[in-house]
Design a protein around this ligand. Structure first.
Ligand SMILES: *[C@@H]1O[C@H](CO)[C@@H](O)[C@H](O)[C@H]1NC(C)=O
Ligand SMILES: *[C@@H]1O[C@H](CO)[C@@H](O)[C@H](O)[C@H]1NC(C)=O
Ligand SMILES: *[C@@H]1O[C@H](CO)[C@@H](O)[C@H](O)[C@H]1NC(C)=O
Ligand SMILES: *[C@@H]1O[C@H](CO)[C@@H](O)[C@H](O)[C@H]1NC(C)=O
Ligand SMILES: *[C@@H]1O[C@H](CO)[C@@H](O)[C@H](O)[C@H]1NC(C)=O
Length: 653
C-alpha cells in the first residue's frame, strides 16, 4: 500500500517534470502532455532485485540512483547550436513528390534589418564520391527562389543566404534529403514488417534510467518490450554491432570470409541489410562523427555504397564544409553548422520513414555517438531531443507500421562510472528495446507473447541477428532462418528462450557475462601474483604481435579489486584442478593505465588461462595508443612515444 502510494506520487512528479521540460524544449507539447497523463503501463521494476533470475543466470538489477552514483552525478544542460530561427526550411510536397525550400520572410527581415523581401539565396549540391564513403565536392552555386523545388538528383545541399546585394551573409545552412525512388520490385500483397534501428553509442540500461527518465517512460508505452536480460558479446562498438548485423564475430569473419581490417573486406560481408534488400526492402544507413563511424574507425569502410540511402558522404561534406562547434569539454563535433550533429541523422531517419514506411518494406539503421560516447552525462542534456525524435515518429504514424529497435552497443567503458562497484554491470548491459506495431501483434500474437516472456531471460546480439533473419522470413512455415554462426544455440527473440540459459549458450564469453555472482576477496600475495601474471600475458601478447618497438611493456602498480566466482557450474571448469574464475581490476605504472580482466586461475599451481583480447581497458586509451592503427591492440598499447613520466617507473630494472 505504502509502496503504491509513493509510487503514484513518483509518477506524478515524473509526469510533471516531463511535461514542464518538454514545454520548455518545444512549444508543441500537447502530444507529450497527453502521453504522460494517460501514462505508460506500470513498471515492474520497483522493488525488484534481478533483471534475470534462473538456475544459470542471476543478473542483478542496479539501483540507478544509488549512493555511489549520487556522489558523481553531474547532469548537463542542453546547449543549442544557435538561437537564430531558420531562415530556410524544407518540406515535402506529397503531390509533386518533391522537396520545397521556403524562405521565412519574418526571419529575413530580422536578420537583414530591413522590411523588404529582397534576398539572395544559393545552394550547392553535395556530390557523391567515387568511393562510397566520401563526397567529391560541391556543385555550382544555384539561385534559390521562394518555394524552390529541389531537383530530384540533389540528396544533400549547402545553402547560403545573403542580402540582395550579396554583401552580407545572413545565414548558412545544410540539408540532406531522402529523395523518393520507385520501389525496387513489385510490392507484394501481404504486409511485411519494416525495421528501423535507432541506436545511441554507450548507453547502459541503468544509465538510460538515470539520464533519460522521460525517454524511458516513453519506452514503456504499449508495444515496447525491453530486453532486460540483454548482455553484450564483445568489448567495443564494432564487434557488438557486427554480431548484431551478421551473426558472426570479426574473428570468424577473418577465418571464413576476410579480415575486416583489410580494404574491400566489409563490402564482401553478408550484412543483414543485403538480405533485406534481396527480398525487396529499401535500405538506409546513417551515422554521425566521421572519425568514429563503426565501419571506418580503424576499419577500411565501404568501397561500394552499402545501402540504397547512405549518409556518410553527406557527413564528410558537413564535417568539411560547415562551421563546427564543440560543447564545453566535448571532444566530438557537437554542432555541424546550425544544427546538432545527430539531428541530421534522425531527420534522415524520419524522412526515410515518411517517404516509404506506408508503401513498402524498409530497413534502416541510424546511429549516433557524437554526444554519448565520451561523457555519460551528456545524455541528460540530450533527452528532450531524443524524446522529440520518438514523438515526431509517432506523430508521422511510423509506429503504425514499423518494428523499431531502440538500442545501444555497450555501457560506459571509461570515465567516472568505472570506479564504482557496479562498473562490471554498467559496461556490459546496453539498453535494448523492441517495438512491435499493432498490426504485427495482432497477426503474430505468439511472437509478441514470446518476446514479452523473453524480456527477463538472458539474450544477446546473436539472438537479435536471428530475430532480424526471422523478420525477413516471417512467413516461413518452420523457422528455417540460419542461426548465428558464432552462436549455434541462439535463436529468434520471437520464440521463447530457454529459461535456464547460460552465457555460453547465448554466445557471451565469461569476461562479458553478467550472470554470475562474484565476491570480493582480500588482497594478498596471491591476488597480486595473479594480476602480475595477467600483466605478463599482456606483455607476451605485445611481443607476439611484434609491437615491442612501438608499445611499452607494462608493470603492475596497484591491484584495486579481486573477486572470485561463487558457483562454478560451467562444464569447462574442472573442479578437481583448482581452477576458479576471478575478476581482477588493476593499474599499471605506464601512464597509469587501468584494466579489468576475467581469468581462470589456480592459486596453488599458478596456472592461468586468459584471452588477452578480452581484457577490458577501463580508462581512455586513444591518447596512449596513437602510434597504432589496429583497434583491438590499441587497448593494451602505451606507445613508447607517449609515455608520461608519472613516477619513477623503471627503477627496479
Ligand atoms: C535450471 O537449472 C538448475 C541448476 O542447474 C536446476 O536445478 C533447475 O531444475 C533448472 N530449471 C529448469 C526449469 O530447467
Ligand atoms: C543563446 O541564448 C542563451 C540565453 O540567452 C545564451 O546563453 C547563449 O549563449 C546563446 N547561444 C548562442 C549560440 O548564441
Ligand atoms: C574540404 O575543405 C577544404 C577546405 O575548404 C577543401 O580544400 C577541400 O577541397 C574540401 N574537400 C572536398 C572533398 O571538397
Ligand atoms: C617484455 O615482456 C616480454 C614478456 O614477458 C619479455 O619476453 C620481454 O623480454 C620484455 N621486454 C622488455 C624490453 O623488457
Ligand atoms: C586503483 O587504485 C589507484 C591507486 O589507489 C587509483 O588511483 C585508481 O583510481 C584505482 N582504480 C580503480 C578503477 O578503482
Amino acid at each position: 500500500m505504502t509502496r503504491s502510494i509513493s509510487y503514484s506520487f513518483k509518477r506524478l512528479i515524473v509526469s510533471f517534470l516531463a511535461v514542464t521540460l518538454i514545454c520548455l524544449w518545444s512549444m508543441n507539447s500537447s502530444r507529450v502532455d497527453e502521453k504522460f497523463r494517460t501514462g505508460a503501463r506500470e513498471t515492474q521494476e520497483v522493488g525488484k532485485r534481478f533483471y534475470v533470475k534462473s538456475g544459470k543466470c542471476e543478473m542483478r538489477y542496479v539501483d540507478p540512483f544509488n549512493a555511489e552514483f549520487l556522489k558523481i552525478n553531474r547532469p548537463k544542460q542542453f546547449i543549442p547550436c544557435t538561437n537564430e530561427s531558420d531562415l530556410v526550411s524544407a518540406h515535402y510536397d506529397k503531390i509533386l513528390h518533391q522537396y520545397v525550400l521556403h524562405i521565412n520572410e519574418e526571419v529575413l527581415h530580422e536578420l537583414s534589418g530591413s522590411k523588404t523581401n529582397d534576398f539572395a539565396c544559393f545552394y550547392q549540391k553535395i556530390i557523391y564520391g567515387q568511393s562510397a564513403d566520401h563526397y567529391d565536392g560541391k556543385g555550382r552555386r544555384t539561385k534559390i527562389s521562394q518555394n524552390y523545388l529541389v531537383p530530384l538528383d540533389v540528396e544533400g545541399m549547402l545553402v547560403e543566404c545573403t542580402t540582395a546585394d550579396e554583401m552580407r551573409v545572413l545565414q548558412r545552412d545544410a540539408f540532406v534529403f531522402v529523395q523518393y525512388k520507385d520501389p525496387p520490385q513489385k510490392v507484394r500483397l501481404e504486409k511485411r514488417a519494416s525495421v528501423i534501428m535507432y541506436g545511441i553509442d554507450t548507453v547502459s540500461r541503468t544509465n538510460l534510467r538515470r539520464m533519460m527518465p522521460m525517454v524511458h517512460e516513453f519506452l514503456k508505452s504499449p508495444g515496447w518490450y525491453e530486453m532486460m536480460g540483454y548482455n553484450k558479446v564483445a568489448d567495443n562498438s564494432f564487434p557488438n554491432i557486427f554480431a548484431m548485423l551478421t551473426g558472426i564475430s570479426p574473428e570468424s569473419a577473418e577465418s571464413r570470409i576476410c579480415n575486416t581490417d583489410a580494404d574491400g573486406c566489409l563490402d564482401k560481408i553478408p550484412f543483414i541489410w543485403k538480405e533485406f534488400k534481396k527480398v525487396g526492402y529499401s535500405t538506409a544507413y546513417a551515422e554521425d562523427e566521421e572519425h568514429s563511424n563503426t565501419f571506418n574507425y580503424a576499419k577500411p569502410g565501404f568501397a561500394v555504397k552499402p545501402t540504397d540511402y547512405y549518409f556518410r558522404p553527406f557527413l564528410t561534406a558537413l564535417e568539411n564544409e560547415t562551421s563546427i562547434q564543440y560543447c564545453p569539454g566535448c571532444q566530438m563535433k557537437y554542432c555541424l553548422g546550425r544544427r546538432l550533429a545527430n539531428s541530421y541523422i534522425f531527420d534522415y531517419c524520419r524522412q526515410f520513414m515518411q517517404r516509404f514506411v506506408a508503401d513498402r518494406p524498409i530497413w534502416g539503421m541510424f546511429w549516433t555517438n557524437h554526444y554519448s560516447h565520451d561523457d555519460l552525462f551528456m545524455l541528460s542534456a540530450m533527452q528532450h531531443k531524443i524524446l522529440e525524435d520518438l514523438l515526431s515518429f509517432e506523430k508521422d504514424g511510423a509506429f503504425e507500421h514499423t518494428i523499431m529497435i531502440f538500442f545501444s552497443d555497450h555501457g560506459a567503458r571509461f570515465g567516472p562510472l568505472m570506479y564504482t562497484k557496479e562498473a562490471f554491470l554498467e559496461e556490459r548491459l546496453p539498453m535494448m528495446f523492441i517495438y512491435l506495431p499493432p498490426w504485427f501483434r495482432i497477426k503474430y500474437p505468439q511472437y509478441a507473447r514470446a518476446l514479452a516472456q523473453n524480456q527477463n531471460r538472458l539474450s544477446s546480439n546473436f539472438d537479435l541477428y536471428n530475430t532480424l533473419k526471422h523478420i525477413i522470413n516471417i512467413e516461413g512455415l518452420v523457422e528455417s532462418t540460419k542461426r548465428s554462426y558464432d552462436c549455434p544455440r541462439c535463436q529468434s527473440l520471437f520464440y521463447p528462450l530457454p529459461e535456464n540459459r547460460s552465457c555460453s549458450e547465448a554466445g557471451i564469453p565469461e569476461a562479458y557475462c553478467t550472470c554470475h555472482n562474484y565476491e570480493e576477496v582480500q588482497e594478498d600475495r596471491g591476488t597480486w601474483r595473479m594480476a602480475e601474471l595477467v600483466v605478463d600475458r599482456i606483455n607476451q601478447y605485445l611481443q607476439h604481435h611484434n609491437l615491442q618497438s612501438l608499445c611499452s611493456n607494462l608493470t603492475l602498480r596497484v591491484v584495486n579489486v579481486t573477486e572470485v566466482r561463487m558457483l562454478e557450474i560451467e562444464e569447462h571448469v574442472s573442479q578437481g584442478k583448482g581452477l576458479r574464475h576471478y575478476h581482477t581490476k588493476f593499474q599499471v605504472h605506464q601512464n597509469l593505465a587501468q584494466f579489468s580482466a576475467t581469468v581462470l586461475y589456480d592459486r596453488r599451481t599458478e596456472e592461468l588461462q586468459i584471452n588477452v583480447e578480452l581484457i577490458s581497458r577501463i580508462n581512455k586509451y586513444r591518447p596512449d595508443a596513437e602510434c597504432l592503427e589496429e583497434d583491438v591492440q590499441k587497448l593494451y598499447c602505451i606507445c613508447l612515444s607517449k609515455i608520461r613520466n608519472n613516477e619513477t617507473i623503471f627503477t627496479f630494472q
